[in-house]
Design a binder for this molecule. Structure first.
Ligand code: IDP
Ligand code: MG
Length: 158
């Protein structure tokens, strides 16, 4: 018995500035993941510190904050079977040079410092990150997939 997972995805400022939002979202939609939350926002230093708290003492942290606060991001929540692992696979490795051919980071980015997209690395991280960016009521929990909608909407009596 499989249960669906939720994961947090963000198109980082370089992806937004270069006009890659639609193309990137379409990759997740094609795979069948349900988009259950989405917003465009400017990340502040406070939000960045919460999101990247595990990296605060790393040498690249100041640059990471500069990058993620350099323009608006698209914050999203996707839901689907094994969505955390599946979306990490679609993203590709942190360093775009090592990312699998055809992955988002391989296709859209050159350097690990500016790798265009974020995806949660575990179900626990996903829940933590979703709570940073979304209130529970901002997520569409009554979302049904298209097949269920189509089936329910057909009135067989007419
Ligand atoms: P992830 O985004 O693939 O989960 P993490 O190791 O969690 O990778 O790092 C978070 C973000 O910090 C990366 O996506 C990248 O933007 C940046 N980053 C990671 N490692 C480095 C590094 O060695 N130099 C510069 N930036 C880095
Ligand atoms: Mg990470």
């Amino acid at each position: 018995m499989h249960t669906e997972e939720r994961t947090f995805v963000a198109i980082k400022p370089d992806g937004v500035k270069r006009g890659c939002v639609g193309e990137i979202i379409s990759r997740f939609e094609k795979k069948g993941y349900k988009l259950i939350g989405m917003k465009m926002l400017q990340v502040t230093e406070e939000i960045a510190a919460k999101h990247y708290e595990e990296h605060i003492n790393k040498p690249f942290y100041p640059n990471l904050v500069k990058y993620i606060t350099s323009g608006p991001i698209i914050a999203m929540v996707f839901q689907g079977y094994k969505a955390v692992q599946g979306i990490r696979h679609l993203l590709g490795a942190t360093d775009p040079c090592e990312a699998d051919v055809g992955s988002i980071r391989a296709d859209y980015a050159q350097l690990k410092e500016y790798n265009t997209i974020h995806g949660s690395d575990s179900v626990e991280s996903a829940e933590r990150e979703i709570a940073i960016y979304f209130k529970p009521e901002e997520l569409c929990t009554n979302y049904k997939n298209m097949m269920e909608l189509v089936t329910e909407d057909i009135d067989e009596g007419e």
